[in-house]
Design a protein around this ligand. Structure first.
Ligand SMILES: CC(C)(COP(=O)(O)OP(=O)(O)OC[C@H]1O[C@@H](n2cnc3c(N)ncnc32)[C@H](O)[C@@H]1OP(=O)(O)O)[C@@H](O)C(=O)NCCC(=O)NCCS
Length: 190
């Protein structure tokens, strides 16, 4: 697993800033609890059905661990100074990573996820030297799919039983984004 650089602060525009988690901040912990109790998050992500403060503490502690151990790069989506969700890249061997994201309900429906993911991807391709990123989601998660498409991902297809959700396999969609999709092919001839 490659080392990760220190967690950056990234300006995503429109008042959206990506920054490291504040694992000891009571307001941040309370917002994490609210986010994960939301029905959309419960429906489309694999998290405890009864989400308490202890789960939020573990979530933010794991984000800090991921930077230290190099297997998970999580940044907070901060809007006008408040916690409004997270975006993450999970590095894999061969200079690829898997993308994840989720927002507090108060921040949805106005392009915040698209801004945040775009900024994280730019950092991932630059700072981590990624060659490609994968995204996967439940086939019914239209909002997540739209974010991926707006950020330039190409849908590769629908895969039966792709995801495990609360003990059951559900159909999913996989999409990919290559560094060359954003920057054009690298000319190796010269
Ligand atoms: C997925 C999620 C991050 C989207 O965040 P968002 O900030 O509302 O997304 P944006 O405002 O950038 O919207 C992007 C597109 O999705 C569409 N969209 C947003 N919410 C939608 C919804 N509930 N249903 C259908 N489309 C939706 C927007 O209209 C927009 O489409 P457009 O490009 O055609 O205009 C947010 O809904 C969320 O946190 N969901 C729960 C967690 C989750 O599913 N995470 C992803 C797991 S793979």
């Amino acid at each position: 697993m490659p080392d990760l650089p220190p967690a950056p602060v990234l300006d995503a525009g429109g008042g959206v800033v990506l920054r490291p988690v504040r694992a000891d901040d009571p307001a941040e912990l309370a917002a994490v609890v609210e986010q994960h109790r939301d029905p959309q998050v419960q429906r489309f992500t694999w998290i405890p059905e009864t989400y308490e403060l202890v789960n939020a503490e573990a979530f933010l502690a794991n984000a800090e661990r991921g930077w230290r151990e190099g297997d998970l790069a999580t940044l907070v989506v901060d809007v006008d100074g408040a916690y409004r969700g997270t975006v993450d890249l999970r590095p894999e061997d061969g200079a690829w990573a898997e993308l994840g994201f989720g927002l507090h309900p108060a921040a949805r429906g106005r392009g915040v996820a698209t801004r945040a993911v775009t900024a994280l991807l730019a950092w991932g391709f630059d700072a981590l030297g990624l060659a490609g990123v994968t995204w996967r989601a439940d086939v019914e998660n239209t909002a997540s799919l739209r974010v991926a498409q707006r950020c330039g991902f190409t849908v590769e297809g629908r895969v039966r039983g792709l995801l495990l959700h609360r003990g059951e396999r559900v159909d999913g969609v996989i999409a990919t984004l290559l560094a060359s999709d954003l920057r054009g092919p690298v000319d190796h001839a010269g």
